[in-house]
Design a binder for this molecule. Sequence first.
Ligand code: PLP
Length: 392
Amino acid sequence: MPRLRTLAVHAGQRPEPHTGALAQPIFQTSTFVYGDFERGRRLFAGEEAGYLYTRIQNPTTRAFEEKLAALEGGEDAVAFTSGMAAIAALAFTLLKPGDELVYLGPLYGGTEGFFYDTLARFGIRITDATERPLAEALGPDTRLIYVETPANPTLRVHDLAEVARLARARGIRSVADNTFATPALTRPLELGIDLVVHSATKYLSGHGDTLGGAVVGPAELVDEIRAEGLRHLGGAQSPFDAFLLLRGMKTLVLRMEAHSEGAMRVARFLEGHPAVRRVYYPGLESHPGHAVAARQMRAFGGMVALELGSEAAARAFLDRLRYFAQAVSLGDVDSLATHPYSTTHQLVSEEVRLRQGVTPGLVRLSVGLEDPEDLIEDLERALARAAALEAG
Ligand SMILES: Cc1ncc(COP(=O)(O)O)c(C=O)c1O
């Protein structure tokens, strides 16, 4: 089997048969002619494979699906227009009224909102098992265990092999959101997880210029999710977005190594700074999930969070940063900084936010690919400002 860097370049790619084009062309077409009546009948009956309509499948999107499936070590993948479209398609395909979804948090605020605001409205019970033993939270109606690791925004690490073991023992399906780690660092399917979901918008793209989502796993399940999620719900990925993702993913492994190296240096610097009360980074020995992360991650990723003690200190720090742009999203070559309490997690209840460490003083950094020394100097300047404010 080719290694990850080779898969990142070659998987899903073959020279275009008519012209020999090496880079995957953008098939910017909504429909595909089937030539004659009989072929149309066969295509629709599933008696012959072929493209019909871009909402169901498109050659550029298909190349993205094949590359991602190869990187994750999954049988197949299905692409969506965004991470949320992928998560919604998965949930609406695999759950029905009366079922229970158990999750380990924290989760991306949008995912948590979708569970409680939308799925619950369709009669699906949502159970948060973050603060108790997972085995005790599983009941006769549990159909899905959902986990994100490292989790947004405090980089909490969950033991994927353990989640998979518990799920399999009870015939429950497990899903891991692998957006933060990517297959360059963690391959959940190898650890026994049934399905992986992605916000491809983040590290898979890597350049902050597109949206995308995907579900990866066994072909039979992926087929089901494609049929329901694309035929009925319709959140298909555009060929142009797939093209950008294919381009970004060629350098995924190299980028993840550089993001991880930069984030480790940033985390060590922050850990030694007197104005920083706490640093969350799975690569630090002080992180409660470090041992599990060391087992299931090849490196520790590009996301770091820091606690500055108050909203005033966080505000002063954020407003002083030069290379870290204040914006949501993550995983870009550009460094980004967010204040989860007042932005991404604003809709999560105060009690849950505080319990999960999403405090007014918390700042989340997505460490980009600038020189880590420049990033550290930037952080140092901004921290001096925050410290002066705290002192004064
Ligand atoms: C971990 C995680 N999962 C899913 C999503 C949703 O993805 P998208 O914004 O592509 O819909 C996000 C977005 O921030 C995320 O951080």
